[in-house]
Ligand binder design. Structure first.
Ligand code: NVA
Length: 373
């Protein structure tokens, strides 16, 4: 299936261009997987995945290793995604990830972690217009993940893209705003009673949704708040709207599919007052509990909830890459005039990311417009 005519229609020579989640996709990076070893008692890990961890067997372990057979299956599914995108005429790039072994590293302040593979590459880079914006990391083990993308970023930079990197947080125990954690559970984040907080900026690009001249950002704590302050300083001409609908990443809860149409997790957005005023007028494709299956082998070790099926990737205003198991969502998309492109994706929940998370749109054919957000 080829729906695009390659690079002929690119609007300028700069290789980076993306203002929305739905403009025709011309070039995309697809993440890679390798060994995943997680130190589950690391406080930044617990903090970030807290919502899912509370019902997870991972909370009671020190370390979690994903079996190699599962990693192989995940690698296979990513390869199917790559071939599907390529068949649609999209240029697909991959991170430089030759050594797939997790490496243990430590910080000068003493925390230690295993490095993570460049799988959820959406999380730490926001492409906006011709800018590559590396966002301030939240999870210690992910500190060096973007290194695997540097070769590509240098290539784009040399061809004219702008490249901006956030101040790197130190991620000390007292950097985190844990005021939202139930006091009965605070001991799981180490004893912080003797340290005064000194909040740092932490914000993932996956908290942001691009809607032309507007960006909607999920902000749930003081770390995010400082992160948004920084984002505003580097994108002064963009209207940045703060909302608070989830713990962190927004893209399994709310995704715009084309001007005027949103895919939403109705459980998280029971009333539209949580959204910017303009967005409340958009048509909502509402995903309910019945549309989401819990039938997943590794559910009690998952880093993502069953809502991950909402984490789709739009190729353009019509075609949407969606997990082939998400039959109810596929039906709803069809009923609303979209053309779902089902792709197998067996282990997204285990690794904490679906199709939107594991991709980074580098070039979408379109300009910055206002969509009345
Ligand atoms: N934390 C979200 C996933 C975001 C991609 C969830 O578990 O639903």
């Amino acid at each position: 299936m080829s729906i695009h005519d390659g690079k002929e229609s690119l609007q300028n020579d700069i290789p980076v261009n993306s203002y929305t989640e739905w403009h025709p996709l011309k070039e995309v990076i697809v993440g890679s997987i390798g060994n995943l070893i997680v130190e589950t008692d690391d406080m930044s890990f617990r903090y970030f995945f807290w919502e899912n961890l509370q019902s997870s067997s991972l909370l009671h372990r020190k370390m979690h290793r994903v079996p190699l057979s599962v990693i192989d299956q995940c690698r296979h599914d990513l390869d199917v995604l790559v071939s599907t995108l390529s068949r649609m005429g999209i240029s697909v790039r991959r991170p430089e990830y030759l050594n797939t072994k997790a490496k243990r590293f430590s910080s000068p302040s003493g925390w230690r972690c295993y490095s993570t593979p460049p799988y959820n590459i959406r999380d730490q880079t926001l492409i906006y217009g011709n800018k590559i914006i590396e966002t301030p990391v939240m999870v210690r083990s992910r500190m060096y993940e973007n290194d695997y993308l540097k070769k590509l970023f240098y290539e784009y930079f040399e061809r004219g893209a702008k490249w901006i990197s956030a101040p790197r947080p130190s991620l000390l125990d007292n950097s985190f705003d844990t005021s939202g954690i139930d006091s009965n559970a605070l001991h799981l984040f180490q004893d912080r009673s003797h340290v005064l907080p000194q909040y740092e900026m932490m914000l993932d690009a996956a908290q942001c949704i691009k809607i032309g001249k507007d960006i909607v950002v999920n902000v749930n704590n003081k770390n995010h708040k400082i992160g948004v302050q920084w984002l505003r300083s580097v994108l002064p001409d963009v209207c940045i709207h703060e909302i608070n609908i989830v713990d962190s990443h927004i893209d399994a809860t709310l995704l715009p599919l084309k001007p005027g149409v949103l895919l939403i997790d109705q459980r998280k957005i029971p009333n539209l007052n949580k959204l910017p005023q303009g967005l409340r007028k958009w048509k909502m494709i509402k995903i309910t509990d019945e549309d989401l299956s819990e039938n997943y082998k590794y559910a009690n070790k998952s880093l993502a909830s069953k809502a991950l099926a909402i984490n789709v990737l739009s190729i353009d205003e019509h075609h949407v890459i969606v997990n082939k198991e998400a039959t109810s969502i596929i039906r709803k998309l069809e009923l609303n005039g979209f053309i779902p492109v089902p792709v197998p994706f067996r282990h997204g929940r285990l690794f904490g990311g679906g199709f939107h998370c594991v991709t980074l749109d580098v070039y979408r054919d379109g300009v910055a417009e206002s969509y009345g957000v």
